[in-house]
Design a protein around this ligand. Structure first.
Ligand SMILES: C[S@@+](CC[C@H](N)C(=O)[O-])C[C@H]1O[C@@H](n2cnc3c(N)ncnc32)[C@H](O)[C@@H]1O
Length: 234
């Protein structure tokens, strides 16, 4: 089965590089939550074309990454070089890493593609050292209310359902299908998997984005799109 991202890997990679949502909001927020990465062993789960992997490596971390999409991993290899530890692997399968290998797992904008988080979180916990951290960002459960506030029936916050959105990525149309989960379903899954919730974060885009993205900045600055967690493996 080909991953959806195989169909628009080049467009997504280009978009992610400079977009308000990724370059000026999601990535700086995740890097701030990771903090001092020097010497840390980090797994970038759903690494895409590797922008976060690159930033963490630049900060002195020893990073491994994997993604379901072979095309995204090919872009990551082009960015990171032949020596980078990159694999094509699926989050819903057992992960190809030993037990207690990592200080941190970062999972940026990837869990919201999955209905059942339990086996995935169990695998994250297995590959983390005791006391290691899972740093995850997902669609904010209120995001759909922003996207759909003028169309169709009002969505039920408490329901778990898929919704599909169409984006323009670097001039190319792309459709993505997400699982909507209420906040308590996420936190219940984290605690059931043995994680302690250390931080729940609703950051703002970085201030320098205001001049670059007039209009869109104001929307994002007053209504969160993503939700960020730092979770500690017990
Ligand atoms: C929104 S992109 C984020 C990429 C990267 N984390 C970043 O922030 O730049 C989501 C990525 O998750 C990957 N993905 C989706 N479902 C996956 C799965 N089941 N296993 C592994 N990767 C998956 C996609 O192929 C895509 O590269």
């Amino acid at each position: 089965m080909t991953a959806a991202y195989d169909d628009f890997a080049g467009a997504y990679t280009a978009e992610n590089e400079t977009s308000l949502m990724n370059a000026y909001y999601e990535r700086p927020a995740t890097l701030a939550l990771v903090g001092d990465a020097a010497g840390r062993r980090i797994l970038d789960a759903g690494c895409g074309s590797g922008p976060l992997f690159a930033a963490l490596r630049d900060k002195g971390a020893v990073v491994s990454g994997f993604d379901q999409s072979a095309a995204m991993v090919a872009h990551a290899k082009a960015r990171l070089g032949a020596d980078a530890d990159l694999r094509v692997a699926d989050l819903t399968d057992p992960l190809p890493y030993p037990d207690a290998e990592f200080d941190d797992v970062v999972a940026s904008l990837v869990l919201h593609y999955l209905r059942d988080w339990d086996p995935v979180l169990a695998e994250f916990r297995r590959v983390l050292k005791p006391g290691g951290r899972l740093i995850a960002s997902v669609n904010h459960p209120m995001m759909i209310n922003l996207t759909h506030r003028h169309e169709g029936p009002r969505p039920d916050y408490f329901e778990q359902y898929t919704w599909t959105d169409e984006f323009e990525l670097h001039g190319e149309k792309a459709r993505m299908t997400f699982w909507n989960k209420p906040l308590h379903a996420m936190t219940d899954a984290f605690t059931a998997a043995g994680f302690r919730i250390a931080v729940v974060s609703e950051p703002h885009p970085v201030p320098e984005a205001q001049e670059l993205f007039p209009g869109d900045f104001e929307i994002l600055d007053t209504f969160p799109s993503f939700l960020f967690f730092v979770l500690e493996a017990g």
